[in-house]
Write a protein that binds this ligand. Structure first.
Ligand SMILES: O=C(O)CC1=CCC(=O)O1
Length: 264
């Protein structure tokens, strides 16, 4: 497989922050974070295989495959990193923390869940999405999906921008592979094994995963910090970038100070 596209910014000295987009996104859905942090954090955001500028996967990838690709990216580009995943990206980041904990300085989960495989209905709904994309096409699919990802207060121009970005990012091969990896995953029993400092964020107006799914993560991961962002829907990093950014940047710097653990 050809290497996925990675958008990069920031000082080579770090701290390094890897950004993993959701199932309807791309590296560009972190535009606000690039604008805010680009001069003080080293940012690396991929277009997952089959999304935006990255080539389609030759076969469907498992969640282990996605996590191992991110692990390879971190090893090649920066050695170790803070990892922020939104939604599906958060599910990949969780698997990365389980499989390659030595590569993570911290784990930051935005609008994430344990995976759609936690319930049979969730898994079926996720698989049905890929079929819907096949039949509707990217533009109509994204136009229908975008309003559900923002709070009811979001202005129409934000909804239109989210729809346009999604339509430009998604293709059937990438989306189907992502949806299948979500549908096949339930991390509930694995959460207590996560040893990486973890921040869980979610918008209080998120009706896709929302506070209940975030609370399962925060309750299951030892020592996790849990933050609810008022007025944000599922795409909290796009809808409330200032509040989202303040929490994430603060957590990155706090966890940087946890190391090295030098004994006196
Ligand atoms: O498109 C959506 O419904 C939002 C979403 C679910 C999983 C993910 O990554 O994004």
């Amino acid at each position: 497989m050809t290497d996925p596209h990675v958008s990069e910014a920031g000082p080579g000295t770090g701290p390094n922050l890897v950004l993993l987009h959701g199932i309807g996104g791309s590296a560009d859905t972190f535009a606000s974070q690039f604008a805010e942090w680009g001069d003080r954090l080293r940012l690396l955001a991929w277009d997952a295989p089959g999304y935006a500028r990255s080539a389609d996967p030759e076969w469907p990838l498992s969640l282990d495959d996605y996590a191992d690709l991110v692990a390879a990216l971190i090893r090649e580009r920066c050695g170790a990193a803070h990892v922020l995943g939104m939604s599906w990206g958060g599910v990949i980041a969780t698997r990365l923390a389980l499989r390659h904990p030595e590569l993570l300085r911290s784990l930051i989960l935005g609008a994430a869940s344990v995976g759609s495989g936690a319930t049979a209905a969730g898994a079926a709904a996720m698989r049905a999405r890929a079929t819907e994309l096949d039949s509707a096409g990217a533009t109509a699919f994204a136009a229908a999906r975008a309003p559900k990802l923002l709070s009811p207060q979001a202005d129409p121009s934000t909804v239109a921008a989210v729809a346009a970005a999604m339509a430009g990012a998604i293709r059937p091969a990438g989306y189907r592979s992502a949806a299948e990896s979500m549908a096949a995953t339930d991390h509930t029993a694995d959460l207590p094994r996560i040893e990486v400092p973890t921040l869980v964020l979610c918008g209080d107006r998120d009706t896709v995963t929302g506070p209940p799914a975030a609370q399962v993560l925060a309750g299951g991961i030892p020592g996790a910090v849990f933050v609810t962002l008022r007025g944000a829907g599922h795409l909290a990093n796009q809808e409330r970038p200032e509040a989202f950014g303040a929490w994430v940047e603060s957590f990155v710097h706090i966890t940087e100070r946890l190391r090295p653990r030098v004994t006196a």
